[in-house]
Every structure is written in structure tokens, then in C-alpha cells.
Ligand binder design. Structure first.
Ligand SMILES: [Zn+2]
Ligand SMILES: [Zn+2]
Length: 162
């Protein structure tokens, strides 16, 4: 059952990508299709190099420039989102269904925690309405230190006593 859902999802996203490309006067070439498939097969957040490694491991003969050129097209088509991580690297992530999520990004270990907070979403909607702004998607990043890193950076008074 899961498998069928994934298949229809791939068909849906490739149709969306093809529509976008056509409206920009571009074609859905095999290499663009390969990048799209591998982006949707990537579990979680990735950098360009991560995707390149995955594609090579899966037997694709893709070049780095092809990936560099294709990812911005996927972002513009609304299938992929990009954000800057704690080390100022650009990371990408496919859009998960319609549910928007926000990120907590740790500056020290780089871990990315996802969360969904309906109150933040409704506040954002209210702000957009007040400005008569039509939102396409929301992107939220909170940069800081995760609880494990805080514990290592600032030893608590308990550990100081030991
Ligand atoms: Zn951390
Ligand atoms: Zn995410």
C-alpha cells in the first residue's frame, strides 16, 4: 500500500516539475528526471554533495554541474525547499506533502529537529492577511544549541560539585 502511494507521488511530482519546466521553455530530460527521483528518495535534509554521493552509489552517472543546475529548478517549481544550516551551508529538503514544518538547528552539532506548531502557522497566516500578502510556503528556522550541547558547553552546578 505504501509502495503504491509512493508511486503515485512520484508521478504527481514529475508532472508538476514537467509543467514548471515547460512554462520556462525547458524539457524534462532524463538527467533532470534522475535528479528529481533521487531528491525524493533522499531521507531528510541534504547538501549538494550528499545527493551526488547518493546518486553515484545508486549507479547514476550524474555530473556535479547537472545537480547544481537542477536543484534551483526544483526549488522554483515548488517541490524542493532550501535553507541555510548552522554552518551557513545551503541544505535542501523535498516538500513533504502539504504540511509545513519548522526547524531547530543546533550551531554546535548541526542536528536539525523538525517541529510543527499550529499556533505559529496561524500567526503567520494572520500576518500575511494583515499585509494582504499571499503566502506560497512558510519557512522557519530557529538557530541555537540543542539540550545535549548546552549540557556540554555549560556544565551545570551539579557536575561542578563532583
Ligand atoms: Zn547540538
Ligand atoms: Zn525539515
Amino acid at each position: 500500500m505504501n509502495h503504491t502511494e509512493e508511486n503515485s507521488n512520484v508521478e504527481e511530482v514529475s508532472a508538476q516539475f514537467e509543467d514548471f519546466l515547460r512554462s520556462s521553455g525547458l524539457r524534462l530530460t532524463q538527467s533532470r528526471m534522475d535528479v528529481l527521483n533521487q531528491v525524493f528518495a533522499y531521507p531528510g535534509h541534504f547538501q549538494i554533495e550528499d545527493l551526488l554521493v547518493q546518486m553515484r552509489q545508486n549507479g547514476y552517472k550524474v555530473s556535479r554541474p547537472t545537480i547544481y543546475r537542477t536543484l534551483p529548478l526544483l526549488v522554483k517549481s515548488g517541490l524542493l525547499t532550501e535553507f541555510i544550516d548552522a554552518h551557513k551551508n545551503t541544505r535542501y529538503e523535498r516538500i513533504h506533502s502539504l504540511q509545513e514544518h519548522a526547524h531547530l538547528i543546533c550551531l554546535r552539532c548541526g542536528q536539525i529537529v523538525e517541529f510543527i506548531e499550529p499556533e505559529i502557522e496561524s500567526l503567520q497566516k494572520a500576518v500575511c492577511e494583515a499585509h494582504r500578502f499571499k503566502p506560497v510556503r512558510y519557512r522557519n528556522e530557529i538557530i541555537g544549541y540543542c539540550s545535549e550541547c548546552q549540557a556540554e558547553l555549560e556544565p551545570t552546578s551539579d557536575t561542578e560539585k563532583q
